[in-house]
Design a protein around this ligand. Structure first.
Ligand code: IMP
Ligand code: MG
Length: 189
């Protein structure tokens, strides 16, 4: 079983679900009450960052009761978060974002390099507004200053977690909760 690799559950499926509902309600209310800046009033565009944000985004959009469209980007970060990694775009958006309201959905912001690169690329296209929602945040690990508008949970800097989209070597993304791996499941751990 997949769960036998888990030492400790950090955030249960129920806690995740409750927080995602709160975020969905808050974001919906914010965009209803003046958050939308698009001169043409097109629906909010939610941009999920593959692969990690997929489960979170799937739940978050269903907790939002405003009109929205969604699209995806895929990026790869080299340097595994400990060195300022080069960030490469593997899949770009299908749609244009000029003068649109854009909400980027991330799984986790660690050093901030990945998000900074994504935001620089997107803001160069002239969106009407650009905000970020991340499920998890490790603010103490930040190496570059990036603005995050909505945070699900703050994690201690020394915690490496898997589940609910977060992977270790591409595994464990399908766990319904967020947890820490047993040391024997981490190479050179
Ligand atoms: P950043 O560029 O350092 O902010 O790195 C963000 C990326 O690092 C995330 O998209 C994840 O792929 C990875 N990452 C950082 N911390 C964790 C963690 O605790 N678990 C799983 N992946 C993580
Ligand atoms: Mg990853």
């Amino acid at each position: 079983m997949l769960e036998q690799a888990i030492e400790r559950v950090v955030i249960s499926a129920e806690e995740v679900a409750r927080r995602v509902r709160e975020l969905g309600a808050q974001i919906s209310s914010d965009y209803r009450n003046g958050g939308k800046k698009d001169p043409r009033q097109r629906p909010l565009l939610v941009v999920g960052i593959l692969k990690g944000a997929m489960p979170f985004m799937a739940d978050l959009i269903r907790a939002m009761d405003i009109p929205l469209e969604y699209d995806f980007m895929a990026v790869s970060s080299y340097g595994n978060g400990t060195s300022p990694g080069e960030v490469r775009i593997l899949k770009d958006l299908d749609c244009a974002i000029g003068r649109r309201d854009v909400l980027v959905v991330e799984d986790i912001v660690d050093t901030g390099h990945t998000l900074q690169h994504i935001l620089a690329g997107l803001s160069a296209r002239g969106p009407a507004s650009l905000r970020v929602c991340t499920l998890l945040d490790k603010p103490h690990r930040r190496e570059v200053d990036v603005r995050v508008d909505y945070v699900g949970f703050v994690l201690p800097e020394n915690l490496f977690v898997v589940g609910y989209g977060l992977d270790y070597a591409e595994l464990y993304r399908n766990l319904p909760f967020i947890g820490v791996l047993k040391p024997q499941y981490i190479r050179d751990g």
